[in-house]
Write a protein that binds this ligand. Structure first.
Ligand code: ATP
Length: 362
């Protein structure tokens, strides 16, 4: 068994063509993801898409049917061998923190160092607690701590043996909304200071954008898209990926003379489309600009809700069955009944083949 270093040396983690079925159900279907050393990668997707299963395969709690897991060039699970969880140099943080209620905070962290001499383990546990700024709670019990603090104890316990990779499963979902932002930021700071490679599971796109250097979007056991947050938000690979990140206005369009024509205007057609193709033209509500006189699609305001940072405005447009939704930072500028124009910058229009309408994504 390898001696686990006290200070993390960030490692590259790779899933190579990993599959795993439960009975006949493919929970993970041919997934390849490479996580760079020191990177925070978010596994994002709806419930049941396989995020937790993939994390458990990396940890060694589940074993894949096909493919392999490689950490820094070393196969930890594959055709040649399968290392047990404790020999992989990975740390785990669960959604519910899984702290022992009858152990002090220090002993909870020390639990991550089973097998070490007691004095050394205590010293390392204290250092880890200070790293997450909880040194003063060493002698307290978990129930004395807030949810956010307990989460940091779980983080310290996972980091204390110096894992090469940290795996976190929905680590913030047990926290209420106001606390969550703060704890997320603290966690990112701790991960950054530790310089560790981390994979964080979440079903929340906003959270994934907030914490991930890159995001792996999953659906039904498959990897759909992998890239920086901006890449996924601005250039979704399909309409479901686009919908996953925000509300989406969708209108029918058609390719004519090399242009995509819809009520949202005329823009050059992507190369993969040909004249006569039916398409869906989509735009995010806050990518739509409103003006009272000028260019764009004419419409009329049918509702306005003040949401704090933006107005949510619904605009009826001739030829569309449902109003378009717009988010405007010009609070109070438009009211119900106003006639106006909607303009969307061409690069903010997302164009997809019509076969990708709701529920029909291949
Ligand atoms: P959630 O956010 O709800 O946890 P997830 O994306 O993490 O979802 P998984 O928990 O990985 O999804 O589950 C993926 C699929 O595999 C689901 O359909 C689930 O029911 C199934 N599954 C997971 N573990 C097992 C198991 N041990 N036995 C049978 N089916 C399982």
């Amino acid at each position: 068994r390898r001696a686990v270093p006290e200070i993390a040396i960030p490692a590259r983690l790779a899933f190579e063509r990993v599959s795993l079925s439960f009975a006949a159900h493919a929970a993970i279907n041919d997934v390849s993801i490479s996580v760079n050393a020191g990177e925070i990668l978010c596994l994002l997707g709806p419930s049941g898409c396989g995020k937790t299963t993939l994390l458990r395969i990396a940890a060694g709690i589940e074993t894949q049917d096909a493919g392999r897991v490689v950490i820094d060039g070393e196969e930890v699970a594959g055709a040649t061998r399968t290392l047990p969880p404790e020999a992989r140099g990975v740390g785990l943080v669960f959604q519910d923190y899984a702290l022992f209620p009858h152990l002090t905070i220090l002993d909870n962290v020390r639990f991550g160092l089973r097998g070490r001499p007691a004095a050394e383990a205590a010293r390392m546990a204290r250092t880890a607690l200070e790293r997450v700024r909880l040194g003063h709670y060493a002698g307290h019990y978990p129930h004395h701590l807030s949810g956010g603090e307990q989460q940091r104890v779980a983080l310290a316990r996972a980091l204390v043996p110096g894992p090469r990779v940290l795996l976190m499963d929905e680590p913030f979902s047990g926290l209420d909304r106001r606390l969550r932002d703060k704890v997320r930021d603290e966690t990112i700071a701790v991960l950054g200071e530790a310089g560790i490679t981390a994979v964080v599971v979440t079903h929340d796109p906003e959270e994934a954008m907030r914490i991930g250097d890159r995001i792996a979007l999953m659906r039904k056991g498959r990897l759909v898209q992998l890239g920086a947050p901006e890449e996924l938000y601005r250039h979704p690979v399909d309409i479901e990926a686009a919908r996953f990140f925000s509300e989406l206005n969708e209108v029918a369009g058609r390719v004519e003379g090399g242009l995509v024509v819809s009520v949202l205007g005329r823009v050059p057609a992507p190369a993969r489309l040909k004249d006569g193709d039916e398409v869906v033209v989509a735009a995010r509500p806050h990518d739509m600009r409103l003006s009272s006189a000028g260019i764009g699609t004419p419409g009329r305001v049918v509702s306005r809700r003040y949401l704090g940072e933006v107005d949510r405005i619904e605009v009826a447009v001739a030829g569309l069955a449902a109003p378009l939704e717009v988010r405007s930072v010009e609070i109070g500028r438009f009211s119900v009944g106003d006639s106006l124009f909607i303009d969307v910058p061409p690069e903010r229009l997302h164009i997809f083949p019509d076969g990708m309408r709701a529920g029909t994504t291949p």
